[in-house]
Write a protein that binds this ligand. Structure first.
Ligand code: IMP
Length: 418
């Protein structure tokens, strides 16, 4: 399993792409088209929102589990765009019959609520919250339901009536919502044709000796329960959400690889305790290309936060770490690491819940020397400058989980396996 351990955008897409070379099945277990997994293959860049990052390896089976909210239009836009770029998909993509279908009215509601909210979450506007609300409210539409056209029509009447009433209440125009939703449902038969028993496929694959990769989206601090609530997404991004989200038990999982950027970023509203000064924030954003893959929004940049990383290690039960974008720090003369927090004058090594107010968090920093040299060509730890190795050792010590991989660039080959 590969999970994000900060606020998303840790570089999971690249790590999954690298590991997918050795797996036969790759499955997404939560989230939807809010994800933006960027993968570079040679000179080509692919940004995947809804289809697992493993799709770029020929022949791998790519599954979307029941925990995903499946944006039917985005899914096929992406599917067709990949096919047009020469990726062979026939027979390779399967979706759970239990996955919930996300439709244009969910997106409209998400955007309208954000526009009207006094305290904004800064969502991606992809309809994620409203789709999960329908799921938990037991009024959702699942992929398996799409076989019954008359049933879908009955469901649609109720869903549109509810959505239009809410949109009107929020002062929105509802003219196009029904037509767009019906248009998206025109893809229902095509989607239903891909439905499969995801949990059964995974367990049968494991029994036959195949390797399976579960691909997380977003990060631990965006987890509905373990993150910086209410500035979170609407699913369980952490490891425990994965078995639930694909329909297997937790005992089937061997390893949980946590992906951490060598620094921290956040897009959307909510606390980022280790935020850098405005000048450094701008500099690191440019070096790291820190702009949202889904929305293009600039990401805020901060120092590595060991409190966040330890929290993520605990709630995910991590067995290994992948540290990404080490190369982005190459030019800094010195680097800060938050080793703890002070909250209302008291030192703590745990991530607080909102009780204290996230604004009360003051990071306790340790300053370490930078390496002022390129790490881009390093392929083993010994190739790295001494200060870069010391930085990685310190991160490993603070998180208490061994580093298995270090990424030093965007291409598949820019990786150190430890
Ligand atoms: P939602 O998931 O669109 O509802 O957005 C909720 C919060 O999660 C917002 O702060 C988003 O910016 C953030 N978010 C959602 N998906 C991602 C992602 O893939 N990377 C980074 N942030 C994300």
């Amino acid at each position: 399993m590969v999970v994000g351990c900060q606020w998303g955008d840790e570089g999971k897409g690249k790590i999954v792409d690298v590991l997918a070379a050795d797996a036969q099945i790759v499955a997404r277990y939560q989230g939807g088209a809010n994800a933006g997994h960027t993968v570079h293959v040679g000179d080509d860049e692919f940004i995947l929102h809804q289809i697992p990052s493993g799709v770029l390896h020929d022949g791998k089976r790519c599954l979307l589990g029941n925990g995903v909210v499946l944006d039917v239009r985005q899914f096929f836009d992406e599917y067709d765009a990949l096919a047009a770029r020469g990726i062979r998909l026939d027979g390779r993509v399967g979706v759970s019959g239990r996955a919930h279908v996300l439709l244009p009215f969910h997106r409209a509601l998400d955007k309208a609520r954000e526009a009207a909210a006094a305290e904004k979450i800064g969502t991606t506007g992809r309809g994620i919250g409203p789709a999960y609300e329908d799921k938990v409210g037991r009024r959702g539409l699942r992929v398996g339901d799409l076989a019954d056209a008359a049933g879908v029509e009955r469901w649609l009447d109720g869903a549109l009536t509810r959505a239009e009433a809410q949109l009107r209440e929020l002062g929105e125009d509802v003219d196009t919502v029904a037509a767009e939703t019906r248009d998206a449902l025109g893809l229902a038969a095509r989607l239903h044709a891909l439905s499969t028993e995801v949990g059964v496929e995974i367990l049968e694959g494991l029994r036959a000796g195949r390797d399976v990769l579960l691909e997380g989206a977003q990060g631990a601090l965006l987890d509905l329960d373990q993150g910086t609530y209410p500035f979170v997404t609407s699913s369980n991004t952490t490891a425990a959400g994965a078995p639930v989200g694909v329909g297997i038990g937790p005992t089937a999982v061997d390893d949980v690889l946590g992906v951490l950027k060598a620094y921290t970023t956040r897009v959307g509203e909510g606390p980022l305790p280790t935020a850098m000064t405005p000048e450094l924030d701008e500099q690191v954003r440019q070096w790291g290309g820190e702009f949202g893959a889904t929305t293009g929004r600039p990401r805020r940049c901060g120092w590595f936060d060991a409190v966040v990383a330890r929290h993520a290690a605990r709630v995910n039960g991590l067995t290994g770490l992948a540290i990404t974008k080490l190369d982005v720090l190459d030019q800094l003369p010195e680097i800060q690491i938050a080793v703890g927090y002070r909250v209302d004058g008291e030192e703590t090594s745990h991530f607080p819940d909102a009780g204290c107010g996230y604004d009360a968090i003051e990071p306790v920093y340790e300053t370490v020397p930078g390496w002022k040299a390129s790490t881009a060509d390093a392929r083993k730890l010994e190739d790295l400058p001494r200060a870069a190795r010391a930085y990685l050792s310190r991160l490993q010590e603070l998180v208490g989980v061994p580093i298995w991989m270090v990424s030093v660039g965007t291409r598949r080959s820019d990786i150190i396996r430890v």
